[in-house]
Design a protein. Structure first.
Length: 145
């Protein structure tokens, strides 16, 4: 990686970066080798190497120095690891947060009618709505002319 490489601008980085590369990088950085990282990720070694190269290319920085039997993070790699771990936390929490969110209809529905209508279908529809959405309230107002 050339030291004169220019990283992407911040906005473009956010837009263009494959966020899965951060997760791969975290596992890689915490492993002793690309092979070990590949095993932990259930990927092939060339796939992990390719992911590292793509991330380095996107950032314009070498992240890991690799020599036979030697593997260490560069200063940029150490910084990215700290930031990637910070980024990963909220992303991992999203799964739990989304699971706990109920898609419930809440609030109040007000129906205005010109006259009192006797309609079993309308009554049944209101009953089913209330049954399906118990946190919503209904009111029917008859407008007198």
């Amino acid at each position: 990686m050339d030291e004169d490489s220019h990283p992407l601008g911040a906005e473009r980085l956010v837009r263009d970066l494959d966020w899965n590369l951060f997760g791969t990088f975290v596992v890689l950085a915490r492993s002793h080798s690309v092979t070990e990282a590949a095993e932990r990720l259930s990927l092939k070694q060339p796939t992990v190497s390719s992911a590292l190269k793509r991330l380095e290319d996107r950032l314009g920085k070498r992240l890991i120095n690799r020599k036979s039997g030697h593997f260490e993070l560069t200063e940029a790699g150490k910084l990215l690891l700290r930031e990637a771990v910070e980024i990963q936390g909220p992303i991992l929490r999203l799964g739990t947060l989304m699971r706990d969110v109920a898609d419930e209809v809440r609030g109040h529905v007000e129906i205005a009618m010109a006259s009192h209508v006797v309609c079993p279908l309308f009554d049944e529809t209101l009953r089913r709505f209330h049954e399906k959405h118990p946190l919503a309230t209904l009111s029917v107002n008859i407008i007198r002319q």
